[in-house]
Design a protein around this ligand. Structure first.
Ligand SMILES: Nc1ncnc2c1ncn2[C@@H]1O[C@H](COP(=O)(O)OP(=O)(O)OP(=O)(O)O)[C@@H](O)[C@H]1O
Ligand SMILES: [Mg+2]
Length: 365
């Protein structure tokens, strides 16, 4: 569902303003530090209730102010829907259609957004946690209760880990109970992740082919964190029993979905270790595209794509093919660039041009 308008108040360096967005492509052009990433971040916050930057939420409040607010509207002419989030000293408050939101999961599935920023190279190069989070977010956009599933698992894992660390008197009995609970919660979580990766893999392969313009194959596989030593598959309960003494010594749970990962290869080579920067970026973009197509196929939903500075590091061929694919997919796109030349293809296809200068956004057409 496209975002029709964005209103910001006291949000980073952005002036308090309201802008209208095109349902197709929108190109934000401006110098370094003008407020382009902040604009995408405002939309991401209003749709997802969090930032895509690795920051505390209160960092978005304009320096010298006590609160910040972002509001978007989506929906059609007859049923416009407002979503508003206010960041203040006490945290975050959100409203959907004017009603105070109590459950995050009911809010975040209303208008889906997916962001891609230069930091997203860490999808390939970074820690497994980064890839798990990506996968969990994709699953959450598909099924709102996935978030609760992950949280419930993490709660029990934390309790089990503190038990293993502190070894309070009589902890072994409690450990048994936590182990059972953990395994019960781990099973559907791993299953959902595994199935999603199996479905995403062929989509990512095709997306990579179309962006790279080569026949090099990108493969994505799910690597279970619940394996026995030596990589054998096994029931998590049995695995945890087998490593129990070791875990008691380590003071944490050393097997389980908290160690799940994705393995990505290009032409049989490990993308994390061997791919070039541009190839890694293409690989991360291919995964993003795969999720977009997956959501469309599964649920008929088209998330808003917030693409921050994607053009740098992609050669002109890859950039051109990426933009063609974006236009074909039909999602609403918000793309930032310091140089409109990088987005000439989108602009030629009637994208809305928004100029950003010192926090002021002005529609040029
Ligand atoms: N809480 C805040 N209050 C006021 N200004 C802020 C706040 N947070 C960030 N800024 C400033 O906002 C400006 C815009 O940042 P932003 O990241 O949006 O720029 P950008 O247009 O994406 O630049 P670049 O092309 O370099 O990526 C920066 O100068 C930054 O220092
Ligand atoms: Mg930026």
């Amino acid at each position: 569902m496209p975002v029709k308008s964005l209103k910001t108040e006291n949000f980073r360096n952005l002036a308090n303003q309201e802008i209208q967005l095109a349902p197709t492509a929108n190109v934000l052009v401006g110098r370094n530090g003008s407020g382009k990433t902040s604009t995408l971040e405002a939309i991401y916050l209003a749709t997802s209730l969090r930032s895509f930057r690795q920051v505390r939420l209160r960092d978005v409040i304009r320096q010298g102010c006590d609160w910040s607010q972002v509001e978007i509207t989506s929906g059609d002419v007859n049923t416009p829907l407002g979503q508003r989030v206010k960041i203040h000293g006490g945290g975050r408050t959100a409203w959907l259609g004017g009603r105070l939101v109590k459950k995050v999961s009911s809010y975040v599935v209303n208008c889906l957004s997916m962001a891609f920023t230069p930091d997203d190279l860490s999808m390939i190069k970074g820690s497994p946690e980064r890839r798990r989070n990506f996968l969990d977010r994709a699953l959450m956009l598909h099924r709102a209760d996935h978030l609760e599933r992950v949280r419930a698992f993490q709660r029990v894992l934390r309790s089990r880990n503190s038990l293993l660390k502190e070894k309070r008197p009589g902890y072994r009995e409690m450990l048994d109970s936590y182990t059972e609970q953990l395994c019960r919660l781990a099973e559907p979580l791993s299953q959902a992740r595994r199935q999603a990766v199996e479905q995403l893999a062929p989509l990512a392969r095709r997306a990579y082919e179309s962006i790279s313009g080569t026949s090099e194959e990108m493969t994505v596989t799910y690597v279970s964190g619940s394996r026995r030593q030596g990589g054998e598959k096994g029931d998590l309960y049995q695995v945890l029993q087998a490593v129990r003494t070791r875990d008691e010594r380590l003071g944490y749970t050393s097997r389980g979905p908290q160690f799940d990962d994705l393995q990505m290869d290009i032409a049989g080579r490990d993308a994390r270790k061997l791919a070039s920067q541009g190839e890694q970026r293409s690989c991360a973009l291919a995964l993003l595209m795969a999720v977009v197509e997956w959501l469309r196929d599964m649920d008929g939903r088209l998330p808003v794509l917030l693409l921050d500075d994607v053009s740098s590091e992609l050669d002109s061929g890859r950039r051109g093919r990426l933009f063609s694919r974006l236009l074909e997919m039909g999602n609403q796109v918000m793309l930032t660039t310091t140089d409109p030349q990088y987005a000439s293809q989108l602009l030629a296809a009637e994208a809305r041009l928004l100029e950003v200068d010192q926090g002021v956004i002005e529609a040029k057409r």
